[in-house]
Structures are given as structure tokens and as C-alpha cells.
Design a protein around this ligand. Structure first.
Ligand SMILES: CC(C)(COP(=O)(O)OP(=O)(O)OC[C@H]1O[C@@H](n2cnc3c(N)ncnc32)[C@H](O)[C@@H]1OP(=O)(O)O)[C@@H](O)C(=O)NCCC(=O)NCCS
Length: 227
């Protein structure tokens, strides 16, 4: 198993993994492969984020990604991918109109925020000087192909992600996970995260960077789990 920074050559494999790990109750995959690809493309080579993939040979089997600062990334991401989402939404409205309507209703707040980003109705970007005052970074997403789960791939991905965040100056990480995602919650409880808040059906966890667990995890043996 190798762990590498996300690059354009990983996108197709990453989209495949995305479809294998997300449930039908998720808006992005419903919009089609181009929308999911556009989402991951934004992270590849972006200097303001950390994005790591796990590969078995040429095959992508997992990812961990998040922005160094939560201040502006949503607006930038939304502006980069909204056209792909719109094209996907038009296509889906013919094929699965009821499913689309249900998901749009469920994700109203997120879509409203996205429209505000696209129309640039958000207050202007946070200037870099203030961005530094947002004292935490974010783990936005982590996932492992089902056929590789339970083999410590996520644990190792997280270790690489945390180490790279630390190298880039991050001091604390935060994440939000759906309260119904018991498997992920078990994973976070086992990998150094502490629950600190609840918001909109999600649980918020945080983790200080630089404790002994990070370097231990980096030294783990990574061979022999590709088969
Ligand atoms: C959550 C997820 C990333 C874990 O990936 P994984 O590679 O299977 O996890 P690991 O093998 O590295 O597990 C590390 C530890 O987490 C805990 N853990 C992982 N999966 C677990 C499960 N199904 N039940 C209980 N504990 C679990 C265990 O303590 C495990 O350590 P152990 O094997 O020494 O007991 C994976 O299940 C996944 O991709 N889920 C779908 C996507 C998702 O929900 N992502 C998180 C929200 S963004």
C-alpha cells in the first residue's frame, strides 16, 4: 500500500471508490460521475488543502482530505463545481425526479449556501491575515473501498493526513460526522479524536496535532494488505 498526495491521475479511481462507499441518500453521486470528478479535481494539487490517497499498485482504495483553513474553502469549492452540479441536476431531474426533489428538500440549507457562493452574496473572502486566526484545520472526508476496510488503511491514511497537516503548520483538526454513521464514529473514537459538540444532526470531534500517536502510526508496517 502506498500513500500519496492526490493528483489528477487518481481521479477516476477515486470516483469509483466514492460510488462504492456512499449511500443513495447523498446528493453529489446522484449528480453523476462528472460532478463527483469535479469535486475531487478541486482538491488535486490545491495548495490550500491536504489530500492523500491510498493506492494498491495503480488502484486507488481510499482518501483523506480537508482544507488547512475552514475560512474560505466552501465558497471556492462551490464556485469551482457548480456548473457540473447544475448539468447533473438537469439530467437527474428527467431520470429520478422524485429522488432529486427529496434530496433537494433535505439539503435546502446547503444548496442555499451554495447559491450564495456562486452569486457571490457571501461577505467577501476572509483576508489571509485573518485566515490565520481560524485556529483549526478540517478533516472533511475520509473513506476506504469496502473490500479494503478493516485493514487499517483509514488509520494509516489519517496518520499521513495528520502528519502533512502538522508539517504545514496546523495545530488542531476538527471534523463533523453524521450521528447515524456509527462505523465512522467508532473509527474516530479509536484514532485520537474527542467529541466536543453537536450541530444539525452531526457530531463534532477535534484532535490536537503532534501527540505521540501520530508518529507511531506513521511507523506502522504497510506491506501485505493489498491482496
Ligand atoms: C470509517 C472508515 C473510513 C474506516 O475505514 P477502515 O480502513 O475500515 O478503518 P481501519 O481498518 O483503519 O480501522 C481503524 C480502527 O477504527 C475502528 N473501526 C473501524 N471500522 C470499524 C467498525 N466497522 N466497527 C467498529 N470499529 C471500527 C477500529 O477500532 C479500528 O481499529 P482495529 O482494527 O485495530 O480494531 C470506513 O468504514 C469508510 O470508508 N466508511 C465509509 C465512508 C465514511 O463514512 N467516512 C467517514 C465520514 S466522512
Amino acid at each position: 500500500m502506498t500513500y500519496q498526495p492526490l493528483s489528477l491521475e487518481h481521479l477516476d479511481g477515486l470516483v469509483d471508490v466514492h460510488y462504492r462507499i456512499t449511500t443513495g441518500n447523498n446528493l453529489l453521486p446522484l449528480m453523476g460521475r462528472s460532478a463527483v470528478r469535479a469535486f475531487y479535481r478541486w482538491w488535486a494539487g490545491n495548495p490550500k488543502v491536504v489530500a492523500v490517497v491510498a493506492c494498491c499498485g495503480e488502484t486507488v482504495v481510499g482518501h483523506a482530505l480537508g482544507p488547512l483553513s475552514p475560512a474560505n474553502y466552501r465558497q471556492e469549492l462551490n464556485r469551482a463545481i457548480w456548473k457540473d452540479l447544475m448539468i447533473g441536476a438537469i439530467r437527474v431531474s428527467f431520470v429520478h425526479p422524485i429522488r432529486l426533489a427529496r434530496l433537494v428538500t433535505a439539503r435546502k440549507a446547503m444548496l442555499r449556501s451554495m447559491m450564495r457562493s456562486v452569486l457571490r452574496l457571501h461577505p467577501g473572502p476572509v483576508p489571509p491575515s485573518l485566515e490565520a486566526e481560524v485556529a483549526y484545520s478540517t478533516l472533511l472526508s475520509i473513506g476506504v473501498d469496502p473490500s479494503f476496510q478493516g485493514k487499517s488503511v483509514a488509520r494509516d491514511l489519517l496518520a499521513k493526513f495528520v502528519a502533512e497537516m502538522g508539517r504545514r503548520g496546523a495545530k488542531e483538526l476538527r471534523l463533523t460526522v453524521r450521528a447515524t454513521n456509527t462505523r465512522a464514529i467508532a473509527f474516530y473514537n479509536q484514532t485520537g479524536w474527542t467529541f466536543f459538540d453537536e450541530a444539525n444532526g452531526g457530531l463534532r470531534f477535534r484532535r490536537v496535532i503532534g501527540d505521540a500517536g501520530d508518529s507511531n502510526a506513521l511507523n506502522r508496517t504497510e506491506t501485505g494488505i493489498c491482496n
